[in-house]
Design a protein around this ligand. Structure first.
Ligand SMILES: Cc1cc2nc3c(=O)[nH]c(=O)nc-3n(C[C@H](O)[C@H](O)[C@H](O)COP(=O)(O)OP(=O)(O)OC[C@H]3O[C@@H](n4cnc5c(N)ncnc54)[C@H](O)[C@@H]3O)c2cc1C
Length: 603
């Protein structure tokens, strides 16, 4: 813990991690959190332990009034408006604070979803895009949770494809209202919300956001959905029949609703990814305690190698997720450091906040996909460690297993986010904002021997991992360059190649985030003090290199053939050349540390 973060605040371009080298001092790590962040963590933790976790069963049974009561209590502690400027009732905290809050809230899926819909996609469209009048009318009431908010983008026939919505808005003859007709679906907080941000098409054409109050005649939330998981959260359709919405409640510009819809989702993705990392830490602790108590064949199951392997891997993946979470939030804070949060108008704080989120949209999508898939893995293994008890609703891992399934579906499915990652990188490159194409060209010269390869001269206990990372970045350029050259505009029809490329990009971000954090820790303390962090980083990097080799080979075999393919495969092997390390021993050591501490062993 530091009183001021030890980080150099040079603006970093989103996606540039693929082509630039970062130093440990460039990244924010959990060890850089300040006293204020620690206080926020403790407040959120106490809230979860005193108010939410003891009432998990009541939540699950949808006890009337409970969600509102919990939202009010969270708001009294300032936990519903941390991203909101002070003059509208918020705390205007940095994004590291948001990460800390989301991580702790992630310990209960139903609650995390309810809170996320209020503090994120509920308030932020109005706080970021509203007029002064709209902000004054709605944001303070949402910040205090006197009112509950909801975000209504999806419909029964369009959710991934949200711009294709059927809900229609037509200006009334007197020009004072838009008349909304249609039906939204899957609305979190739908059953309890007072204010809905609804997306509709003006005259069936111009995609636009509206602020709709529950009391407007014609607004009718439907019945609660019967869900596989997060049963304690409210999810309903929202029917709109001739709803007269005052023209003052158009949010943003007519026809520019997509800017609101997608920018807000960047924030949602960041927070969801982080909440999943928090959930993973919580479940890991539960699984570790169980493994130490449960006997089989005259021993504790924690003694078995296959159980240790699970625990070790759960820790290692969670570590990578945690490193990416703090690094990403730190970069966003880096861009916002000099912003006057209270400023309004076209160049105000909200605009800069959105620009910062947009700048790191690739990293937010990575965090969403990786965070949700890390939790997938951890939850599944937690159930396995519990054995038959994991299948019983008397134990928390059963609920968590059902709850986590939705995470890869909402906030943009993981398929959509995988495609977005590659699409955004290529578009930025085409626009000249990110030098991916020149980097790929240089790499081709290097492959053909026209210019000698730059060798990474890393030192220290993780020098081999740094060398593998440098090669892994080249693998991304190799596959991306070959795919663009081969398919050009038709690349969008090659979704499997895009998926593989996306997996490569994500593993590079994860490897580098873990490596930089561990190196920073070693610089601050010593290699001995960071022994478990070194183990976790080493295992992640070597396993990721194995995964990357398989993914790249699969993609290249689609892209090229004959001699060209043979050359590319030889280059691939050279880039990822490594002597295997004993990851079995490493994972045993990592597991032993978690077992010793009864929890996730870092931070
Ligand atoms: C519990 C819950 C809460 C939710 N809360 C909200 C909320 O508060 N507000 C809101 O607006 N929405 C909400 N949603 C909706 C959610 O965002 C959508 O369900 C999600 O975006 C997926 O859309 P869909 O269900 O129509 O699936 P579809 O779009 O039909 O997708 C089905 C499958 O096809 C894949 N697919 C779709 N398009 C493509 C493509 N182009 N290429 C490759 N694969 C593709 C998807 O990845 C998925 O695997 C919620 C959903 C749930 C389940």
């Amino acid at each position: 813990m530091a009183t001021a973060p030890t980080i150099t605040r040079t603006p970093i371009k989103g996606g540039s991690f693929l082509i630039e080298q970062r130093r440990p001092e460039d990244v924010f790590t959990p060890e850089d959190i300040t006293d204020q962040h620690l206080l926020i963590r403790q407040t959120t933790k106490d809230f979860m332990e005193q108010e939410v976790l003891p009432r998990a069963k009541e939540l699950e049974q949808k006890q009337p009034g409970l969600l509102r009561e919990l939202l009010r209590k969270a708001a009294e502690l300032g936990l519903c408006a941390n991203d909101v400027p002070q003059q509208y009732g918020g705390l205007e905290l940095d994004k590291i604070s948001s990460v800390v809050i989301s991580e702790e809230m992630g310990r209960n899926g139903s609650w995390a979803t309810t809170h996320g819909a209020q503090a994120g996609i509920g308030i932020l469209p109005i706080a970021f895009f509203g007029t002064e009048d709209q902000k004054m009318r709605y944001v303070p009431k949402l910040a205090s949770a006197e009112w509950v908010g909801a975000y209504c983008l999806s419909e029964s026939t369009s959710a991934s494809d949200a711009l294709n919505c059927k809900t229609k808005a037509v200006l009334s003859p007197d020009g004072r209202h838009y008349i909304l007709n249609g039906a939204k679906m899957w609305i979190t907080n739908g059953g309890i919300a007072d204010v809905f941000v609804v997306f509709a098409k003006v005259n069936g054409e111009k995609f636009t956001a509206f602020i709709v109050e529950r009391t407007y005649p014609g607004v009718a939330p439907g019945a609660e959905e019967h869900k596989m998981g997060i049963r304690g959260s409210s999810t309903t359709p929202l029917n709109l029949e001739n709803v007269a919405v005052p023209v003052e409640n158009v949010l943003g510009e007519i026809g520019k609703g997509h800017l609101i819809a997608f920018n807000i989702l960047n924030m949602g993705r960041l927070k969801l990814g982080v909440a999943c990392v928090g959930g993973a830490k919580y479940l890991l602790a539960e699984a570790v305690k169980w493994a130490k108590e449960r006997d089989a064949f005259g021993r504790k199951i924690a003694d078995f190698g296959l159980i240790k392997e699970k625990i070790g891997e759960m820790v290692i993946r969670t570590y990578a997720g945690e490193c990416m979470s703090y690094r990403t939030a730190g970069m966003i804070d880096g861009l916002l450091e000099d912003v006057d949060q209270g400023a309004s108008g076209p160049s105000g704080a909200s605009k800069q906040m959105l620009e910062a989120l947009q700048q790191y949209a690739v990293e937010c999508s990575i965090l969403k996909v990786m965070g949700t898939e890390i939790l997938d893995f951890v939850t599944d293994e937690a159930v396995q460690i519990y054995g038959g008890y994991g299948f019983s609703s008397d134990y928390p891992v059963e609920t968590a297993y059902r709850d986590q399934r939705v995470n890869s579906i909402f906030e943009g499915t993981n398929e959509i986010n995988r495609m977005l990652i590659v699409d955004m990188l290529i578009k930025r490159s085409m626009k000249g904002e990110l030098a991916l194409i020149p980097a790929a060209t240089r790499l081709m010269d290097e492959i053909l021997g026209a210019s000698p390869a730059e060798e990474t001269e890393a030192e220290g206990p993780l020098s081999e991992e740094a060398r593998i990372l440098a090669g892994a970045k080249k693998v991304v350029l190799l596959v991306a360059g070959s795919a663009i050259q081969r398919y050009m505009q038709a690349l969008s029809d090659e979704q499997e190649v895009i998926g593989a490329l996306s997996n490569l990009v994500m593993d590079v971000y994860a490897m580098e985030s873990a490596l930089l954090r561990t190196e920073k820790g070693i610089e601050k303390t010593s290699a001995e003090a960071c022994a478990t962090e070194i183990d976790a980083t080493r295992a992640y990097v070597f396993d990721a290199a194995d995964r990357m080799e398989v993914e790249a080979r699969r993609a290249l075999a689609r892209i090229a053939e004959g001699d060209m393919l043979r050359t590319q495969l030889a280059v691939l092997r050279r880039f990822l050349k490594r002597t295997p390390v004993d990851t079995i021993a490493i994972k045993r050591r990592v597991a032993n540390r978690a077992l010793e501490l009864n929890r996730y062993p870092f931070a």
